[in-house]
Design a protein around this ligand. Structure first.
Ligand code: SAH
Length: 237
């Protein structure tokens, strides 16, 4: 018997604070200050389709790893969790490079907004790149989906968060940004950098300049041994 193939239609698009892959947490729920929106696209932008969803605090979002799908997939990968030293099978990991580039994230549903022909789900804590195509949404069912006795293989606990410090110049720029936009940028930066976004092969790079794009700013930072130091904010477009 030969394999079947299927075609799916995009039902929505993500608008998020993550403008670049570098810096996005490796799972949802880690960066609680991350805000995003899921905009339903026609013909799926009708209130009928989300009737009853407002009672759920969390959703499963299925999406396409559109930014990396052209790169194809690999049978084994080195999970960052194992310091890049060991290879695991693609189906034992949450790698973006999979035979079908479909991602799955649990996200917090804050609010459903509709008006002007738009239907928007306000989300928090997502790990999704700006522009990510969404192919399905389902309610998260605590009685069936939350399994406290489950075993976490080689990733039993969340990764340890590192300290993040700011130069005086950087903190002043962050505060000005917060006042101007109302966005909680400092918390967002602390959480994003705290989970060490560097791939394993860049882990030994003390002093090297890194940039992570959040909203419309490029956060410039470097590793200082046991902590990260934010040195500047630059415009990002
Ligand atoms: N929770 C998802 C994603 C895990 S991989 C799942 O388990 O399927 C997490 C990585 O996906 C993030 O570090 C981010 O860099 C990447 N990512 C997020 N949106 C993406 C997109 N649209 N295209 C490619 N990679 C994306």
């Amino acid at each position: 018997m030969s394999n079947s193939s299927f075609q799916f239609e995009q039902i929505g698009v993500i608008h998020s604070c993550y403008r670049q892959k570098f810096g996005i947490p490796r799972q949802p729920g880690i960066v609680t200050a991350a805000e995003s929106e899921l905009e339903l696209l026609p013909p799926y932008n009708q209130e009928n389709l989300v009737r009853g969803l407002e009672g759920f605090s969390h959703l499963w979002v299925q999406f396409i790893f559109h930014e990396t799908m052209e790169e194809g997939w690999r049978p084994t990968i080195r999970p960052p969790r194992l310091g890049g030293r060991q290879r695991m099978g693609v189906f034992a990991t949450r790698s973006t490079h999979r035979p079908n580039p479909v991602g799955l994230s649990v996200v917090k549903l804050k609010e459903i907004q509709s008006g002007n022909g738009k239907l928007i789900l306000k989300l928090a804590e997502a790990d999704l790149l700006d522009g990510t195509p969404v192919i399905d949404i389902k309610p998260y069912l605590p009685y069936a989906d939350a399994l406290p006795e489950a075993e976490g293989g080689f990733a039993p606990l969340p990764a340890v968060m590192a300290e993040v410090e700011f130069t005086e110049e950087a903190i002043a720029k962050c505060q000005a940004y917060e006042q101007r936009t109302g966005q909680a940028l400092i918390d967002l930066i602390r959480q994003v950098l705290g989970q060490d976004p560097r791939p394993a092969y860049l882990r030994d790079t003390t002093g090297r300049r890194h940039g992570s794009a959040l909203w419309d700013v490029n956060v410039v930072w470097e590793s200082r041994g046991d902590h990260f130091l934010v040195t500047d904010l630059e415009p990002y477009s």
